[in-house]
Design a protein around this ligand. Structure first.
Ligand code: UT7
Length: 328
């Protein structure tokens, strides 16, 4: 059983931070950021909480799907940058969108979040005959977790949200989700203070013992190495289940972290870059929101059309990765 994406919506904050803006407080320049990452500018949440961006994206997805929110059976919000430890973003969004009959939970698979959540949505739809629609929302405010004194990471991220309303269908669908927790320490933001020696004794080496609470740290080079093998692998593992090759795919929608990662993945897959949707130049890396933002924008501007075959491929902290092949 597959799913059909009935409607999508997105929200990005108005505030734009360009590469040149960073030069006011960090030792960097547009040339370095552009050539090393492909990013030119990103959006920064000002007053907007994460749930608000998700709610706006969700409302517009519901409108575009043309459904009654009371018919939504489940709301899944994927986020690594929740406003609260509890309540979940999805409970807030469930209430605010009028999805009065829906269950709600959050899911954190970092930048692979949307792929994980969409696959989870399909599984709920498959096993619950009474479930009509699932609302999947990816909402992220990375700017609140950035260490603006770390020039190698602060220039990468941006804020935004995108959402999809899905229902069951017999269209093409395949997925593969994976995780390699041996790289868990490569990309971290600490939520609570646990003494590093306690963590070490219990099997998780604290990578950044001096790390401030809620500030994101990463080993960029190692994450890069993981990413360039994870993206092709995510596609291949999903594709082989349905006998699909890269030539059958109309559009690859990859996680938007770094243009060099996408180019390397394209080369490894032997697929032309023209088939890869790229939005990181204007949004940066918005974690779980990056794939659905790219998808939604490309549907709106007419690039992605009904009937086309898509490959959504992501990787992220965890380290997680995942691929979904579906017909739009
Ligand atoms: O959703 C997943 C999120 N994470 C990722 O996808 C991260 C994947 N990794 C990357 O995208 C890349 O590793 C980065 C963009 C983070 C870094 O690119 P790099 O080519 O691996 O650069 P580097 O870390 O090797 O740094 C090269 C040089 C260093 O200077 P020296 O030691 O050669 O003198 C850095 O200090 O560039 C310097 N540098 C900068 N210079 C200007 C690092 N950041 C900056 C900066 N502006 N913002």
């Amino acid at each position: 059983m597959g799913i059909s994406i009935l409607g999508m919506g997105r929200y990005v904050p108005e505030q734009v931070l360009t590469n040149d803006d960073f030069t006011r407080f960090v030792d960097t320049n547009d040339e370095w950021i552009s050539t090393r990452t492909g990013i030119k500018e990103r959006r920064m949440a000002g007053w907007e909480p994460t749930w608000y961006m998700g709610r706006e994206a969700a409302m517009s997805a519901i409108k575009s799907a043309g459904i009654d929110p009371a018919d939504i059976g489940l709301v899944i919000s994927c986020t690594a940058t929740s406003d609260f430890h509890t309540p979940s973003m999805s409970s807030i969004i469930q209430h605010q969108t009028g999805a009065v009959n829906a269950a709600a939970f959050d899911m954190n698979a970092a930048c692979s979040g949307f792929v994980y959540a969409l696959d989870t949505a399909r599984r709920f739809l498959e096993t619950d005959d009474n479930m009509k629609y699932v609302l999947v929302v990816a909402n992220e405010a990375l700017s609140r977790f950035i260490d603006f004194s770390d020039r190698a990471s602060c220039i990468l991220f941006g804020d935004g949200a995108a959402a999809a309303v899905v229902e069951k269908s017999d269209k093409l669908f395949s997925s593969h989700l994976g995780s390699d927790g041996s790289g868990a320490e490569l990309l971290c933001a600490r939520a609570l203070n646990v003494a590093p020696e306690v963590a070490l004794k219990n099997g998780f080496k604290d990578p950044f013992p001096e790390m401030e609470l809620h500030k994101l740290r990463q080993n960029g080079k190692e994450v890069y190495k993981f990413a360039v093998q994870a993206l092709p692998r995510a596609f291949e593992l999903a594709a082989e289940k349905v006998n699909i090759t890269k030539d059958d795919i109309d559009w690859f929608v990859p996680h938007q972290a770094n243009i060099r990662i996408i180019e390397t993945a394209a080369k490894k897959l032997g697929a032309p870059m023209e088939k890869f949707i790229v939005t990181l130049d204007h949004y940066g890396n918005t974690s779980s929101a990056s794939i659905p933002l790219a998808l939604c924008e490309s549907i709106e501007n007419g690039l992605i059309k009904r009937g086309q075959k898509l490959a959504l491929i992501g990787f992220g902290a965890g380290l997680t990765y995942g691929g979904i092949i579906l017909e739009y």
